[in-house]
Ligand binder design. Structure first.
Ligand SMILES: [Mg+2]
Length: 208
């Protein structure tokens, strides 16, 4: 029996694609201005990945270079999203589930908080943790361990729900916490997760 859920935000509670165009408009413009403009495929891949993964990881992977990385970070650090946002339709099942929930998300603080506010989900959570690589060395794994210790949860009393096998799913797995990979497009058929589903609603099958 699970005593608490730990949820990721981006692409777990709402689809980033729904806000990407507006959100990344200026960032994508910045990418298009780079010297490396001839490598169109690379920029296209990087843009696509920016919708799924934190900026600093994508910047590293695609060798944005110091200048572009700095410009991108400057832009994102001060960015907030201020248009209405909708969670995934099935999020309501999790929202109404009678179990304490913790939100743990990686990203720029101001931006992540603005998403929480525009989604109107702040009250769904006992605690909200934003792991901001700009201001802290803390990792999701450390935040999970901290939640577990402070609330005296054992590993088998928790379920971590997320969309990224390399992020929250991996971190929870390393701690021995059960994981639920939400994979609506079946992008990660070989991923190492305790449970996997295309439907967020299935989380309810694994908490009682
Ligand atoms: Mg995510």
């Amino acid at each position: 029996m699970k005593q608490a859920l730990i949820l990721d935000l981006d692409n777990t509670i709402y689809p980033v694609s729904s806000i990407a165009e507006h959100l990344f408009e200026r960032l994508f413009w910045l990418l298009d201005q780079t010297e490396d403009g001839t490598n169109y495929e690379k920029i296209k891949d990087a843009k696509d990945e920016l919708k799924r993964r934190p900026f600093h990881l994508v910047a590293d992977k695609y060798n944005f270079g110091e200048e572009l990385t700095e410009k991108g970070i400057d832009l994102l650090k001060n960015m907030a999203y201020d248009l209405p946002m909708q969670p995934f339709e099935d999020y309501r099942y999790i929202q109404s589930a009678n179990i304490p929930k913790f939100l743990v998300t990686t990203g720029f603080s101001k931006l992540q908080w603005s998403k929480v506010n525009m989604l109107g989900i702040g009250n769904d959570f006992a605690e909200i943790h934003i792991v901001d690589p700009e201001t802290s060395q803390q990792t999701k794994r450390e935040v999970f361990a901290d939640i577990m210790n402070r609330h005296f949860y054992s590993t088998d009393e928790l379920l971590v729900v997320g969309d990224d096998p390399e992020s929250e799913i991996k971190a929870a797995g390393e701690l021995g916490i059960d994981t639920f990979l939400f994979d609506p497009e079946n992008k990660h058929p070989g991923a190492n997760a305790t449970y996997k589903s295309v439907s967020l609603r299935d989380v309810l099958n694994h908490i009682s």
